[in-house]
Design a protein around this ligand. Structure first.
Ligand code: OXT
Ligand code: ADP
Ligand code: MG
Length: 613
């Protein structure tokens, strides 16, 4: 039996499943929810049954999952319908990658695994990029994909959308499972949830073959087979001696620094993290998605003196941040090393839930392994009452660098050039976020990303979502949709025009669900900038440029949202304020100087270039 037929059958029986039957009076809800079976008028009462569709839905609901991000089709079409009928919120996308990105962002914001539901092979592959990205970012999500018939797939006989999805997902996911029998759905969902949120969070793949969904079993046995996961992300208490070692090292520092990463934001230990920073008086540096964990305007923030504090520090406490490329792998010039491979003179303390993270790049002198909430509270308890303030010279040196950079920035922001540039446009976004600190800022692009990160201050935790560890383009609309759905807050997405192109069709999804998302495209006509010419002098445009003066705002208008074309900061401000006041889906096409950007933004050095003759 092919999966095509499976879906047709399912579609015809869905109506029956949702239709009240005569036997409903006896046990109304249960029978309505059973897919097949149950008593009929003429027959003797039969055992009540439940099918795979409903077992999946019930297993998710039992574990407080209330939203599915997905895209329907064979063999999960009915699953989306039934899930909605059963009270789950189903957000249906135009492309699975964005549904997957939404699930990942929902996982980051809520600590519950975000669910992405896709069809087999191509839909699964479209969702897989998001799953891999979630794993890379340490965000908990579960990609649930329908799959084709095992017997045919395994013999490679050419089924509809044939693909060995489980094998393909395994290397890209934190864990991957397949469920073949209805009675195992409860275990499959429970395992997926535990794998996604326990320890280092990540992406989990759950393979559900088409045949599973219509499988029926005794309803009571089905209910009993479901598992409500107890304590899905157990606290991991750090060893006392590890905490003492870390505090000793921190106390000995002459130039201490704390680095907060997106793991610290994820952990939702906001008050304790702030208390640790404030009680020690140590300057801190927020990684991009940790901005706002303490307000960016906090006097201990060393963000505006980044390139000074990293090489000058002697002891660095990393909380939920890896020493990966974003921190120059803990070595080289950024850290005061003389060559790219050379270590600086720092000693590192690393608080992380993964016991394998320490020493992955440079020596970690004091690893503290545990969940951030438990680690930070143990460290706070160990501070005692007479923790020494960091040396005044260190704080003064940072303050000096900081105020110079801030003054320089203020000068640039005060300019009002024609055409508008990144700074004059982002000055508006900066004011708007200051006035609306609960709004969630989503941000992608190269220059559009880097300028926004340093210009737009964040005031509250988990209010900034961006391209993350991979620097991936296309997260913008998926993250925005998730942020609006799970928080109900206003979302502001600051997008490069190229970045927006990866996910732009999802503005229809934003309009369809009436979400309060204001997309601001910083439109410089291209990737990095829009003024390049074809080196061969031919008619084709250069590879990095787009159609000039593209009217992106019309895309939003096409679906009933508000589109605005702006060329000045005043017009941008008005458009954003209107969007926030009305909460209507809005796209502001902010035209900026096409020559304003630089190659790859602030990571130009990572871009190999041909040797100049
Ligand atoms: O200390 P110094 O003096 O150095 O100054 C620093 C701070 O101290 C200071 N600062 C401040 N000053 C004053 N006041 C305040 N408040 C303040 N705060 C900070 O400012 C500077 C900078 O600070 P920062 O940012 O903290 O420091 P720095 O040195 O930049 O930090 C280093 C990094 C590495 C941590 C940081 O740069 C970082 O996080 N970078 C992330 C970079 C990234 O991920 N980029 C995205 C990828 S680029 C590329 O890959 C692109 N692609 C290819 C592609 C991708 N990615 N994905 C897919 C699926 N396909 C293809 C593409 C296609 S980008 C791209 C599209 C680009 O075009 P768009 O049109 O979308 O965008 P535009 O470029 O706008 O045209
Ligand atoms: P950033 O990009 O902001 O520097 P990373 O993604 O590199 O942050 O690092 C996040 C780190 O946080 C990962 O090493 C991950 O294991 C860790 N982490 C995530 N959640 C927790 C948690 N609840 N407790 C402890 N560590 C965590
Ligand atoms: Mg651009």
């Amino acid at each position: 039996m092919s999966s095509v037929r499976t879906e047709k059958e399912a579609a015809t029986t869905l109506e029956d499943a949702l239709k009240p039957t005569k036997s409903r009076d006896a046990d109304g809800e249960a029978v309505v929810r059973a897919f097949k079976g149950g008593a009929t008028e003429d027959s003797a009462p039969a055992a009540e049954t439940i099918d795979g569709f409903h077992l999946v839905i019930d297993a998710l609901k039992l574990n407080d999952i209330d939203t599915i991000f997905g895209l329907p089709g064979i063999p999960i079409t009915d699953l989306t319908r039934m899930a909605q009928a059963e009270g789950l919120r189903v957000i249906s996308f135009r492309h699975e990658q964005h549904a997957g990105n939404a699930a990942a962002a929902a996982g980051f914001l809520t600590q519950k695994p975000g669910i992405c539901l896709t069809v087999s092979a191509p839909g699964f592959l479209n969702g897989l990029t998001a799953l891999a990205n979630a794993t890379t970012n340490c965000f908990p999500m579960i990609l649930i994909s329908g799959s084709s018939e095992r017997e045919i797939v395994d013999l490679q006989q050419g089924d509809y959308e044939e693909m060995d999805q489980l094998a393909i997902a395994k290397p890209l996911a934190k864990a991957a499972f397949r469920v073949l029998h209805a009675e195992d759905i409860g275990v499959g969902v429970a395992r997926a949830i535990r794998a996604a949120v326990s320890g280092r969070p990540g992406g989990v793949y759950l393979d559900l073959p088409a045949k599973l969904f219509p499988q029926a079993m005794d309803a009571e046995a089905g209910r009993n087979s479901l598992i409500k996961v107890v304590d899905p992300a157990p606290r991991q208490i750090p060893a006392q001696d590890a905490v003492a070692r870390a505090l000793d090292l921190l106390k000995s520092a002459a130039r201490p620094l704390i680095i907060l990463g997106k793991g610290a934001a994820y952990a939702q230990a906001d008050a304790d993290i702030r208390a640790l920073v404030e009680k020690t008086g140590i300057p801190y540096l927020p990684m991009a998605m940790a901005k706002g964990l303490l307000p960016d305007t906090h006097e201990q923030s060393a963000a505006a003196a980044r390139s000074y504090v990293l090489p000058a520090s002697d002891v660095v406490l990393l909380i939920g941040a890896r020493l990966n490329w974003l921190l120059s792998n803990g070595k080289g010039k950024t850290w005061g090393g003389k060559s790219p491979k050379q270590w600086g003179a720092q000693k590192f303390i690393q608080v992380d839930i993964s016991p394998q993270e320490a020493d992955s790049n440079v020596r970690i002198d004091a690893p503290v392994v545990g969940d951030i909430g438990s680690c930070v509270s143990a460290m706070l308890a160990g501070l005692g009452t007479n923790w020494p303030r960091p040396p005044a010279e260190w704080l003064a040196a940072i303050a000096e660098r900081k105020s110079k950079n801030i003054a320089k920035m203020a000068q640039t922001l005060a300019k009002n050039p024609t055409p508008m540039n990144f700074h004059s446009a982002l000055n508006v976004v900066r004011d708007v976020i200051k006035a609306n600190p609960d709004a969630i800022l989503v941000n992608e692009g190269a220059n559009a990303l880097d300028f926004t990160r340093s210009i737009v201050d964040m005031y509250k935790p988990r209010k900034r979502l961006d391209v993350g560890t991979w620097g991936v383009m296309g997260i913008g609309m998926g993250f925005s949709i998730a942020a609006a759905v799970v928080s109900g807050e206003q979302v502001i997405a600051v997008e490069g025009d190229s970045a927006f192109g990866f996910c732009g069709m999802e503005v229809e999804t934003i309009c369809r669900y009436g979400l309060p998302v204001c997309v601001v495209i910083l439109n410089n006509n291209g990737v990095y900038r829009g003024d390049e010419v074809n080196l061969a002098g031919g008619r084709d445009p250069a590879p990095l440029v787009f159609v000039k003066d593209a009217r992106y705002e019309k895309l939003m208008e096409a679906f009933g949202g508000v589109g605005v074309h702006v060329t000045t900061p005043d017009a941008l401000r008005k458009a954003m304020e209107d969007a926030i006041r009305s909460r209507r889906p809005t796209l502001v096409n902010a035209v900026i100087d096409e020559g304003a950007g630089t190659e790859s933004g602030r990571i130009t050095s990572l871009n190999p270039t041909a040797k100049k003759a």
